[in-house]
Structure formats: C-alpha cells, structure tokens
Design a protein around this ligand. Structure first.
Ligand code: HEM
Length: 208
C-alpha cells in the first residue's frame, strides 16, 4: 500500500501542475482545451470519467506534458543480469543502468521542434505512453513499467479536465506567460522549482 501511495501521489500531482503551467504559457492551447470541453461537456454538468475518451485534445495535452516533464526522468534504475551488447555498447554484468526518459522525450531525432509544447503533434498519431513507443516512455516499459499507469491514464486527464471546466485560471504574482519560471527540481520526482501560482475564477457549471 505504501508503495502505491509513494508511487502514485507526487507523480500525478506534479504532472497536473506541469500541464496547467504549459497551458497557462500557451493561451492558444488553453483555448482549444476549453472549446473542446464546452463542446463535449457543455455548461450544464460537470466532467465525468466517461467524457475523457472524447476529449482528444486534452489527452494530447497530457501526452505532451509527459513527454516534456516525465515525473520520474530516469525511471527506476535497472541492473544488467549478464554481460550484454546493446546497440554497439558493451554493458558488463551488474552494471546499474539508468534510462533517461527525459532526454528521450526531447530527442530532436525523434521529435519535430522537441522543446516546443505542441499537443497537436499527437492528434491523429498512434504514439502512446503505454510502453510500446520507445520515444515516449514516461511510465517506463517492459515488466517493471509503472503499475499505476492505467489509473494515472484516467486520473490525470479527469482532474485536469475538471479544473479547466469548472474554473478559468489567471496567473498570479504579476506573472505573464513569458515570465513563468520553468526550472525543474529533482527530488522524489521532477517538480517545478517554483510552484505554479494560479488564481481560479468559477465558470458557470449548473450541475443537476
Ligand atoms: C503521471 C503519473 C505517473 C507517472 C509519470 C509514473 C511513472 C512511473 C515510472 C517511470 C515508473 C518506473 C517504471 C520503469 O522503471 O520502467 C513507475 C513505477 C511505479 N509506479 Fe508509477 N507513475 C505514475 C502514477 C502512478 C500511480 C497513480 C501509481 C499507483 C496507484 C503508481 C505506482 C507505481 C509503482 C508501485 C511503481 C513500481 C513498479 C515496480 O517496479 O514494481 N504510479 N511509475
């Protein structure tokens, strides 16, 4: 139980904070998410889990956030069980191996304009984070990949959609999209060095 709490709390909240930050930096993307929410959910009810499958742009926002800001940037360390030759490299037995998912997500050989936040790159694309597309592995891959991925796959878009559907968000502390601090700090997870400060204003949601 403890592992589930450690594995599942900061990773999820940090991903949502990065997604909100990226959207507040990109008003155009923010507008598109809101338009989609207005079209799929509308003003008369709250977001439900069953809406998520239809919120394709929002799902793309989550993927793009995980590409640029994977919560565990080096995944969990592995050990080579035996001497291994891999892509021209010799890895001796017992070597501790770190997989740099952060760097893979920003690799210019895999991604067009890798440092830009462009959710639309995932629209109409088959690339997913379920461990089969090695250019996007924020949950790892293989037998030790994140056990909570199916849960995160539901919770992250649902929380994000609810935050954006129920509230309009403004930047606090005299910030503008250009001046948001994007520095990272690595602890248990890769978090924002300076936490995001955003001010919510309630939107009309007439829940019946
Ligand atoms: C956005 C959310 C999350 C991200 C980005 C994330 C990412 C990861 C990554 C990268 C790993 C290591 C995989 C590897 O090395 O191949 C991992 C492992 C793990 N995750 Fe997550 N995770 C998230 C949410 C969750 C949630 C919600 C739970 C629990 C409900 C969870 C539980 C775990 C556990 C228990 C492990 C260790 C699995 C093992 O090796 O035995 N994670 N996660």
């Amino acid at each position: 139980m403890q592992e589930m709490f450690f594995g599942g709390t900061e990773t999820t909240s940090s991903t949502i904070e990065w997604a909100m930050t990226e959207l507040l930096r990109k008003p155009k993307s923010m507008r598109k998410v809101k338009e989609e929410l207005d079209r799929v959910v509308g003003p008369d009810r709250k977001v439900e889990e069953s809406d998520i499958d239809e919120l394709l742009y929002l799902q793309a926002v989550v993927k793009e956030t995980l590409r640029l800001h994977p919560a565990l940037p080096l995944l969990i360390p592995r050990n080579a069980l035996q001497d291994t030759n891999f892509m021209g490299y010799f890895i001796p037995q017992n070597t501790q191996v770190f997989v740099n998912a952060w760097s893979i997500g920003r690799d210019p050989e895999a991604w067009h304009k890798p440092l830009s936040f462009k959710p639309r790159r995932f629209l109409g694309s088959d690339i997913d984070y379920k461990g089969q597309n090695f250019e996007l592995i924020p949950f790892g891959s293989g037998r030790r990949m994140c056990i909570g991925m199916p849960f995160a796959h539901k919770v992250v878009p649902f929380v994000l959609a609810s935050l954006l559907h129920c509230f309009d968000w403004e930047l606090g502390s005299n910030l503008t999209p250009e001046t948001i601090d994007m520095n990272e700090r690595v602890g248990l997870t890769l978090r924002k060095l300076v936490p995001l400060k955003a001010i919510p204003r309630k939107r009309i949601v007439r829940d019946r």
